[in-house]
Design a protein around this ligand. Structure first.
Ligand code: PHE
Ligand code: FE
Length: 285
């Protein structure tokens, strides 16, 4: 994920990549991965979109231990032309977009400690690889991610990064989808979190609202806790039609006149699947 302005660490290449250095993971590192994997593997077949579960299988992510990015890239490359490359942590927006536009997904190489299974602010290799990579084996989602990178480079020049980042947040990270007349999860931030995998689908607290591009680009989000609203797409094809096939430049112009929507707000035009009680957010306030 992109963010912040930080200096490129010594040892990182010009494009910010570093070797994954797979041999340097300790047995404890692999055990943390295995523990996280076992928990999500038990929870997700019923809850995640079918294409995510297929991706785990295609990429053999069930194999014990932290995946080796070279093996992963080889399988992905054959399927959709994507690669996974390691970076030291958050990278600048333009670097992030440039990688995506070239079908390279940047992943953190470090893994959380055993006492951080449930919560971690910075994305680690479990979030980045388990959360994001399976859907890159799906051709439509793979195209969406590349187009997002291209759109990012463009948004940069149009002063619209903040708007576009909201799209990433509410789709790639925290998206829900309708499949077989049920809501399922596909966002990486949800599938890689035990608590949010339950919360996003079952809890009465958050809003669940039909995807609307302009609406969503006006909506704030929280980075420190479970989401207060989730947006539901009809299918990956539909997501593509509403984003990749649209010219965002006029939309960014229109958005300059529009007010911002709070993370928990519902507006008249919304197609509401579930009007949240927001009890959870209130209990934490
Ligand atoms: N179509 C968008 C544009 O014109 C780019 C984009 C594609 C953004 C896919 C997000 C996802 O800028
Ligand atoms: Fe992420």
């Amino acid at each position: 994920m992109a963010g912040l302005t930080v200096d490129r660490p010594a040892g990182a290449a010009e494009d910010w990549t570093i070797p994954q250095d797979w041999d340097s993971y300790s047995p404890q590192d692999h055990a943390v991965w295995d523990a996280l994997f076992a928990r999500q593997a038990a929870l997700l077949p019923e809850r995640a979109v079918k294409e995510f579960i297929d991706g785990l299988d295609i990429l053999r992510i069930a194999k014990p231990g932290i995946p080796n990015f070279e093996d992963l890239s080889e399988r992905l490359m054959k399927r959709t032309g994507w690669q996974v490359v390691a970076v030291p942590g958050l990278v600048p927006d333009d670097v992030f977009f440039e990688h995506l536009a070239n079908r390279r997904f940047v992943a953190g190489r470090f893994i959380r400690r055993p006492d951080q299974l449930d919560y971690l602010q910075e994305p680690d290799v479990f979030h980045d690889v388990f959360g994001h990579v399976p859907l890159l084996a799906h051709p439509v989602f793979a195209d969406y991610m590349q187009a997002y990178g291209e759109g990012g480079l463009r948004a940069d020049g149009l002063g619209a990064i903040e708007k576009l980042a909201r799209l990433y947040w509410y789709t790639v990270e925290f998206g829900l989808i309708r499949q077989d007349a049920e809501l399922k999860i596909y966002g990486a931030g949800i599938v890689s979190s035990y608590g949010e995998s339950l919360f996003a689908l079952d809890d009465p607290s958050p809003n669940r609202i039909g995807f609307g591009l302009k609406r969503l680009m006006r909506t704030k989000y929280r980075i420190d806790d479970y989401q207060q609203s989730y947006f539901v797409i009809d299918s990956f094809d539909d997501l593509l039609r509403q984003t990749v096939e649209m010219d965002f430049a006029p939309l960014y112009e229109e958005l300059k006149q529009e007010s911002t929507i709070e993370a928990d707000e519902i507006i008249d035009e919304d197609h509401v699947f579930n009007r949240g009680t927001q009890d959870y957010a209130r209990s934490k306030a």
